[in-house]
Design a binder for this molecule. Structure first.
Ligand SMILES: [Zn+2]
Length: 451
């Protein structure tokens, strides 16, 4: 495959608007790690890309964990004596501690107070809280809302159910020529929060759409799963697929206006880590590479020592480091079309590297071949040597069958696409030949058919 997609400015803007609009459609749904909100979300993604849905029953052991009870909610509120809903789940689904057990009670404010959560430093924002693995209940509200509560009795209702059911996750598989896989994973369990992680869902869906119909070297598996327990459940049930994973990315927090952060896989020098570093280095966008740590998103599970998969995490702002994180301020205004589109482009550039990172052999290795007579060198003596010609010299020099194009891009400091173009041209000129790199490098089985 050559390039997955080259976007011009107008196309990027259009793509960004479409990504944002899809996020807006998903935004109102009350998602959780189980339940109808999660199913509804997967249903909407499934209208764009074919999904295989799995339902794992409550009580199923998945490694050291157990699939929890299924949670669903119809309504929740705190009503004052006049019947006014002073906190109303129907207005914002963050108002409820996600996974709250059902409650119907009359309570004085001082009894209710320990179950109310606010952010005093941002008095208009509602926090996002969960209680998945400890049966509990509570309400989240803005600090100003709480200050306005009078010392009186309130009717407290959480119309939820917690019972035997299922945990739902979905997969989208794009077959390539090889069974070796690239894993793209994103969490689907957060309610009305835009950056964390509707941004990941919409970028992953769009990437899957873009891959469709291409002649791909790798197969691609997209996972839309509830965070932590979903990844653990999938890993525990898919030993065969796991063996085929050669590269992987967790996508999250891709819509805010800050620069990129890429958290490397546990291995630290996997091809995906190097490909992402290469893309970001030449992107012209502010970015930082983060070493692996055992905290964060589902890369924690993929990179657990038993698997140690080459899976990194691409995000913009890092979890927990920005004030809007896990609050109502992570809304549709916090994610921007241009940033979503740029995130998608970053992902496609990485796919381009993975798909084209082959090794070649210089067929004329004794001194430099005469490029001028082949029309591959500058025409006049006074003309400055171009980057394209420098790239040809690098490719010729380092193509000894062992170095990949990514090796050459890194060593030369040139952009991967420039090196890739040079290799294409030199192949056409008969100076270079691709080698089947089976065995030459780890995790690059012979998925490319070369003569
Ligand atoms: Zn989160």
């Amino acid at each position: 495959m050559r390039l997955l997609k080259e976007f011009d400015r107008e196309e990027l803007m259009e793509i960004g608007r479409s990504l944002h609009s899809f996020a807006a459609d998903l935004y109102p749904i009350c998602r959780s790690i189980t339940g109808e909100g999660l199913r509804q979300t997967l249903g909407m993604i499934g209208r764009r890309i074919a999904l295989q849905i799995s339902e794992v029953p409550t009580g199923t052991p998945v490694f050291d964990w157990t699939i929890p009870k299924e949670w669903n909610i119809r309504d929740a509120y705190i009503k004052d004596a006049t019947g006014n809903r002073v906190v109303d789940f129907q207005r914002c689904n963050l108002h409820i501690v996600n996974y709250s057990a059902p409650v119907r009670a009359k309570m004085a404010l001082h009894e209710l107070r320990p179950r109310l959560f606010t952010i005093p430093e941002h008095p208009d924002w509602i926090p996002y809280r969960t209680s998945y693995y400890k049966e509990d209940w509570g309400f989240c509200l803005s600090h100003n809302q709480m200050l306005a509560l009078k010392d009186a009795e309130y009717e407290v209702v959480i119309d939820s159910t917690l019972g035997d059911g299922h945990l739902t996750y979905a997969e989208h598989y794009v077959p390539g020529r090889s069974k070796d896989e690239v894993l793209i994973s994103c969490h689907t369990c957060h309610p009305s929060l835009a950056n964390d992680n509707l941004s990941g869902l919409v970028v992953a869906t769009a990437l899957a759409e873009l891959l469709s119909g291409h002649d791909l070297c790798y197969s691609y598996r997209f996972l839309f799963i509830p965070g932590t327990i979903g990844a653990i459940a999938w890993l525990s049930r898919n030993h065969d697929a796991v063996e085929h994973i050669c590269h992987g990315l967790v996508l999250t927090g891709l819509g805010d206006g800050r620069g990129f952060h890429y958290k490397k896989s546990r291995r630290g020098d996997a091809e995906i880590d190097r490909a992402m570093a290469q893309v970001l280095r030449h992107s012209g966008i502010a970015h930082a590479l983060l070493e692996f740590s055992p905290y964060g998103y589902d890369e924690r599970q993929y990179c657990s020592p038993g698997f140690n998969l080459p899976v990194g995490c691409l995000m913009r702002s890092v979890w927990g480091t920005f004030p809007e994180y896990h609050t109502s301020a992570d809304n549709l205004d916090f994610i921007q079309p241009a940033q979503l589109a740029e995130s998608l482009r970053t992902c496609t550039s990485v796919v381009d590297i993975l798909e084209n990172n082959h090794s070649y052999r210089n067929l004329n290795p004794y001194c430099e071949p005469q490029l001028g007579k082949r029309g591959l060198y500058r025409s006049g003596d006074g003309e400055a040597i171009s980057e394209d010609i420098i790239a040809r010299l690098w490719v010729l020099n380092l193509s000894d069958g062992g170095n990949s194009l990514l090796d050459i891009a890194e060593r030369s400091g040139l952009k991967f696409s420039t090196i890739n173009d040079a290799a294409d041209l030199l192949c056409q000129s008969g100076l270079l030949s691709a080698v089947d790199d089976q065995g030459a490098r780890i995790q690059r089985p012979g998925c490319i058919s070369f003569e």
